[in-house]
Design a protein around this ligand. Structure first.
Ligand SMILES: *Cc1c(COP(=O)(O)O)cnc(C)c1O
Length: 468
């Protein structure tokens, strides 16, 4: 009896659901056809009806209102028109945030990308001879000029650069590395694993905190192909320590006829200590110190597109260019365009610091940050949250400069009506999404990574999230 009763209720509820035809004739729905195709609207309509049928079946018999169905379709249509990969306002203060796409490109790089994306370009055509050219020609000259290296090659990312270099120079042979440098970078890049993939055999020497040049020398055999130095870019070993310098390794390599490779990770082209940041090895210096091959990322401290840059002696780079892996790891025209434009900014250091967002954010003065935070706080004059100005510290991120403590200005927002988690979620769902840090029951907005042009947008987003 009870069962039949339920069945009747379900049947009735199903009957009350509007038909697809009726929905498509609805005035609000028909306005969707300006933006979406008929097929898309139909697809969404069916999905929504399906959802309501499931609701009915699961026991929510409550009559489903016609307007409820329509507004759900409209909501889904507007949600689906927002791309999955979308703009984010980064209010975390972490300059190189891997989850947020690492480096923001400079204007000239964006223009170059657009230009080659919209049009054909001479990617592999030598315009002087009219013959086939090389993909890397556009950046090789400027890379060697900026770093003093003989030759250059660029692949998809630095993990690929390390893999390619090890595979080319040491497949089936031994590579000597200090135990203090067997690093793991986020995204499961571990030196021992990459080494295995490359076909090279890892020979660990020294201890976690101390490795002397003699340790390397003692490990050299007839099978040794390479001496590898990995920059401990995302952590530091403090206290009772000793690391072998590139200069020492180069001297040792010279004695035994072995090349020396340095995986720099971040790869700075200018000396950041000039701007009050901790010292990071400058690529040019590492080459001068005698590294035969240097690898680093395009989208860490360099501030360019995702790429892995390999620099060094021509003989090794030529071998790498012939390696079939290079073809598999090759970069596209947009990466080359962005990288060339970014590198051109470095021809003038002052210009680089002014125009490359990563550098600009890192060297932002306390005064500039304070002014920006005060402006944001002022715009956030709302009744449903406590808004305060505070001082704090930002991180560099992206596995770079782990010791750097960058004094910054923070706007603290304590919502009165909703939880801070709920506020953070609402902000994430906006377009552009807003990402900030949570500390206890407050949202912390670090303005270091927020552009001046984004302050109004950020304030509006916050007001909206607090209101709704
Ligand atoms: C970041 C890093 C890598 C990996 O570089 P990606 O460009 O992210 O692939 C490799 N080695 C070191 C030392 C790094 O810091």
């Amino acid at each position: 009896m009870n069962k039949n009763n339920n069945l009747d209720k379900i049947k009735q509820a199903f009957k009350k659901l509007p038909s697809v035809d009726r929905i498509l004739r609805d005035e609000a729905i028909s306005r969707l056809f300006d933006k979406c195709s008929r097929a898309e609207v139909l697809h969404i309509t069916r999905k929504v009806l399906e959802k309501f049928r499931e609701k009915i079946l699961s026991g929510e018999f409550a009559e489903i209102d016609y307007s409820e169905v329509i507004s759900e379709i409209l909501r889904m249509a507007s949600e689906q028109s927002v791309p999955n990969l979308r703009r984010v306002i980064n209010a975390t203060g972490v300059v190189l945030h891997t989850n947020l796409g690492r480096a923001v490109l400079c204007e000239s790089a964006c223009e170059s990308v657009l230009n080659v994306a919209r049009n054909y370009c001479n990617l592999e055509l030598n315009l002087v001879t009219g013959k086939r050219g090389h993909r890397y020609d556009a950046v090789e000259e400027i890379l060697t000029r900026l770093t003093g290296a003989e030759s250059a090659l660029v692949v998809n990312n630095n993990a690929a650069a390390v893999l390619l270099a090890l595979n080319t120079m040491a497949e089936g042979k031994e590579v000597i590395v200090s135990r203090g440098q067997l690093v793991e970078i986020g995204g499961s890049f571990r030196i021992p694993d990459v080494m295995e993939q490359s076909g090279a055999k890892l020979v660990e020497v020294g201890t976690t905190n101390k490795t002397y040049v003699e340790d390397y020398e003692d490990a050299i055999t007839d099978d040794t192909a390479l001496l590898l130095n990995v920059h401990t870019s995302n952590y530091c070993i403090l206290g009772f320590t000793h690391t072998t310098t590139i200069k020492e390794l180069a001297k040792l390599g010279g004695k035994y006829g072995l090349p020396v490779m340095s995986d720099l990770g971040s790869g700075c082209l200018i000396d950041l200590s000039k701007f009050g940041l901790p010292h990071e090895p400058v690529v040019k210096q590492v080459i001068e110190d005698g590294a035969d091959i240097v690898t680093f990322s395009g989208d860490k401290l360099l501030g360019g597109p995702q790429a892995g840059i390999v620099l060094g002696k021509k003989e090794y780079i030529e071998d790498m260019k012939k390696n079939p892996l290079t073809r598999a790891l090759r970069i596209d025209k947009m990466t080359i365009a962005a990288l060339e434009a970014t590198l051109r900014e470095y021809l003038d250091e002052e210009r680089a610091v002014r125009n490359i967002p990563v550098l600009k954010m890192l060297v932002s003065s306390k005064e500039v940050l304070k002014e920006r935070a005060l402006k944001l706080a002022e715009l956030l004059d709302v009744s449903n949250a406590i808004v305060e100005f505070s001082e704090g510290a930002s991180q560099v991120g992206g596995g770079a400069l782990p010791q750097a403590v960058l004094p910054t200005s923070i706007v603290v927002v304590k919502p009165k009506q909703i939880s801070v988690e709920n506020l953070a979620k609402k902000l994430r769902m906006l377009n552009p999404a807003v990402i900030a840090r949570i500390h206890k029951d407050s949202l912390l907005l670090d303005v270091r990574t927020v552009k001046d042009e984004e302050i109004n947008l950020l304030a509006d987003a916050l007001k909206r999230a607090l209101r709704e």
